[in-house]
Design a protein around this ligand. Structure first.
Ligand code: AMP
Ligand code: MG
Length: 372
């Protein structure tokens, strides 16, 4: 049997077996000075093969011992994550890179100087990394998160921690412990709550096994900054695609799956600000006429231009960091408002705008309207 089929069968079996509800402990932790007893309690769970959700600077992660195949299978089960979608391994010490990979290229050193931070490196995996963690690939994704709670937990656990975003697969990523609770209470052992995350979108993923290196997912580290350090780095075509590409052989399997989606249908409108406003209002009116409840995901500069059932602003168009921070939170809020349709404004593809647009395009299922 080929390994990925065997892996799929194992994970499905695990999904069926693990239907029992767990008691999820929720602990408030000081984000600046994590309390030792709380970190110890969380680390004990990790070491026993359990699941702990914890804050990072990007989004909340759902952690398990990255070297324990059974523990990692529990992540897939808790999230309903497709078994071929590999998981990022979080470390607290750069030395661990050389345990997780025996082939670390020279350009990795320069990039590791950006750690701790929102940058994930893909390297050839060493034999200690289980197939469950790599989704059956021969590569491993590694990052050092810039959050005191995350770093303390990894250190105290004394193992690398595999952690995807702590949401149900397909849903918007969690930027607060409450988002994690909504999706995963009863399915995981513990949630460490240190308040809202700083960046709000996931890490930038760079594949260093391809020549030239490629960004597989734009994220918290802007492409412009990455290119200053790695001159020949390219964006994978799917990163900026405004149509669904055929990705049967995606370099990052996560690219194939439905992602970041609120329950409502999301339509993304792209173009200049003036044209955007007219097009969005036209769409709102059209859906209202059909009896639909419509929300607009706007910005501070435009929010007063609309008439709609619910209007929410991501922040000022001058501050992509602010837009990124609010993105997933507002997508979840629209679900609470029970809108049928969300019409979202596109933003320029620069700085964190690239990550924002990547998430919005995917959340829309590439239902994109060009305004002109
Ligand atoms: P998340 O589950 O939100 O943390 O997303 C992790 C992302 O990293 C997904 O898009 C994965 O497909 C990608 N990823 C993790 N490990 C690898 C790997 N070994 N090769 C390619 N992409 C990876
Ligand atoms: Mg995710």
């Amino acid at each position: 049997m080929i390994p990925s089929i065997k892996l799929n069968i194992q994970i499905r079996k695990c999904l069926i077996e693990e239907h029992s509800m767990k008691q999820t402990a929720i602990l408030k932790v000081n984000g600046e000075k994590p309390e030792k007893d709380k970190i110890r309690a969380a680390a004990r769970i990790i070491r026993k093969g359990g699941l702990v959700a914890f804050p990072t600077e990007t989004v909340y992660g759902l952690g398990a011992d990255a070297l324990n195949p059974e523990a990692v299978r529990r992540i897939y089960a808790a999230k309903n994550r497709p078994p071929d979608n590999p998981i990022i391994v979080h470390i607290s010490n750069k030395k661990d890179v050389y345990r997780l990979s025996n082939e670390v290229p020279r350009n990795a050193d320069k990039l590791m100087n950006l750690w701790p931070g929102p940058l994930t490196l893909i390297l050839k995996a060493s034999s200690i990394v289980p197939k469950e963690t790599t989704g059956g690939l021969d590569t491993v994704a590694i990052r050092m998160p810039n959050h005191k709670v995350a770093l303390a937990l990894i250190q105290e656990s004394a193992v690398p921690i595999a952690a995807p975003s702590a949401n149900l697969a397909g849903r918007p990523s969690p930027t607060t412990a409450e988002h994690v609770r909504q999706d995963l209470e009863g399915r995981i052992d513990m949630i460490l709550d240190a308040g809202p995350t700083e960046i709000g979108v996931e890490s930038t993923v760079v594949d260093l096994t391809s020549k030239p290196p490629q960004v597989l997912r734009p994220g918290g580290l802007p492409f412009e900054e990455l290119r200053r350090i790695l001159k020949d780095v390219k964006l994978h075509p799917s990163v900026i695609a405004d149509k669904k590409l055929r990705l049967d052989r995606a370099p990052s399997p996560g690219m194939k799956h439905r992602h970041y989606s609120p329950k409502a249908q999301l339509i993304l409108v792209e173009g200049d600000v003036e044209a955007l406003i007219d097009k969005i209002q036209e769409l709102v009116d059209r859906y209202n006429e059909k009896g639909k409840r419509v929300g607009v995901l706007a910005t501070d500069e435009t929010r007063r231009s609309y008439r709609a059932d619910v209007i929410k602003s991501l922040g000022s168009r001058d501050s992509p960091t602010c837009l990124a921070k609010n993105l997933f939170k507002l997508l979840r809020e629209f679900d609470e408002e029970k809108v049928d349709v969300i019409i979202a404004e596109g933003v320029p593809l620069k700085h964190l705008g690239l990550a924002i647009m990547n998430r919005l395009r995917k959340a829309s299922g590439f239902n994109i309207v060009k305004a002109s």
